[in-house]
Design a protein around this ligand. Structure first.
Ligand SMILES: [Zn+2]
Length: 419
């Protein structure tokens, strides 16, 4: 067995992603891509001649690889719409690769990406899986399933923009979902409400109708793929839940009946608090148009209410930063945890929302999300105790190492002891 194949992480305090008490004095044995075993530190000798690479993690913390369940890896919140239009597809693709690198540097070994242009998400996912690029494992949705007017602005009739897909009939929706599934997406993203971000789109109005959403869900579930619903207002939330979507993104207005339905059908809430919190923090300094700010602030107030109601009722929560939105930068995904803790999650729950619970939402908890024998070795090594202060995870210098499928992808001074 060669050295690279067997790694032993010795002595770090384990935060396992299941919400258990801290686990001390253990050694995690990684063989190839997987966690082979977790044994007592006494059965491992740092001096003994072993055919492996030993890491001395005494005083450090070992966590499952982080998972962000709502990203837009191709989008850049720093770019204006005009800049985005002027950028070529190759440049957009390279930019997405750069974002992927930033994301794994922050400890995120997995993302669920919910809407990219030109199927850049699929290409990036495959390039990372092939080992051409360093980045997180990606679960992608391709284009969003949405009707005219829900997202993209409408321009003068003589302006033609390619690649902005919208669907307005049951036939178009069925064809688009089937096409995406055949192209190899991992899930389907639908918009059942409008957006807070666009001037001409209302978060209170529905986007896809109930009938249309049911078609998307039927086709996705038929192929064992989940459906994520962008849903803000009352109408959009009810359509998403009645159609059988698996997660609500944003979930701005939730009444008791909605929460009951989420509990009954195991529907996750991904509250995406970062964007609104940034706008609130920026106040007058915010550079967005007034209408976008107004809608975001109103949405934030409602969302915090709904989030706290859902949390108290026991609705499952997964962390999703919505990175790629203005001010929500790739690589700063942990800001969402800070926002969720401020809104009522305990730090341990926040950690679960980006590890064990996030893996459950994606449908991969048999492989990732927790530190346990038999799982893929996706591991983040942290210098300080995040349970004392979640914002410690926000500073890259505290993230000492990131291991994805047994491979050290990021090393900021791990203490290696080769024998
Ligand atoms: Zn989003």
């Amino acid at each position: 067995m060669n050295e690279n194949n067997l790694k032993v992480l010795v002595g770090g305090t384990i935060i396992d992603g299941k919400g258990s008490d801290l686990i001390q004095d253990q050694a995690i044995i990684i063989e190839g891509k997987n966690i082979k075993d977790i044994v007592n530190i006494n059965s491992i000798s740092m001096d003994k001649k072993m055919d492996c690479t030993l890491f001395n993690l005494k005083g450090q913390y070992v966590m499952p690889g982080f998972i962000d369940t709502h990203t837009h890896i191709q989008m850049s919140g720093e770019q204006s719409e005009i800049q985005n239009f002027r950028e070529s597809i190759p440049k957009k693709t390279l930019r997405a690769a750069f974002h992927a690198r930033k994301t794994i540097e922050a400890g995120f070994t997995t993302i669920r990406d919910l809407g990219a242009e030109y199927l850049i998400d699929l290409g990036l996912r495959d390039a990372i899986n092939e080992g051409l690029l360093v980045g997180p494992r990606m679960f992608v949705s391709g284009y969003k399933i949405m009707p005219t007017g829900a997202d993209f602005p409408i321009y003068s009739p003589e302006v033609k923009i390619e690649g902005q897909h919208t669907m307005d009939s049951p036939e178009e929706i069925r064809r688009e979902v089937r096409t995406l599934l055949a192209r190899g997406v991992d899930l389907i993203k639908v918009m059942t409400s409008g957006r807070t971000f666009r001037e001409t789109s209302s978060p209170d109005a529905y986007a896809l109708s109930l009938e249309d959403t049911k078609i998307a869900v039927q086709e996705a579930h038929n192929q064992n793929k989940k459906v994520s619903a962008h849903a803000h207002g009352k109408k959009g939330v009810k359509i998403a839940l009645q159609a059988g979507c698996d997660s609500l993104e944003h979930g701005t207005i939730l009444d008791d009946q909605d929460i009951e339905m989420m509990l009954k059908n195991d529907v996750f809430l991904v509250p995406t608090l970062s964007y609104g919190k940034h706008i609130e923090m920026l106040g007058e300094k915010c550079t967005l148009p007034k209408y976008a700010m107004k809608k975001a602030i109103k949405s934030r107030k409602n969302r915090l209410n709904s989030f706290s109601k859902a949390l108290k009722s026991g609705v499952k929560i997964a962390m999703g930063s919505d990175s790629g939105m203005p001010f929500v930068n790739h690589g700063e995904n942990v800001f969402e945890l800070i926002a969720m803790v401020e809104a009522g999650l305990t730090i341990m729950q926040a950690i679960q929302s980006m590890t064990g619970w996030a893996a459950e939402l994606i449908g991969v908890s048999d492989k990732i999300g927790v530190i346990a024998p038999g799982k893929l070795a996706d591991i983040v090594i942290v210098d300080k105790n995040p349970l004392k202060d979640i914002s410690l995870l926000y500073s890259k210098e505290n993230i000492k190492g990131v291991i994805k499928e047994g491979k050290i992808e990021i090393d900021r001074g791990l203490k290696k002891k080769n024998s």
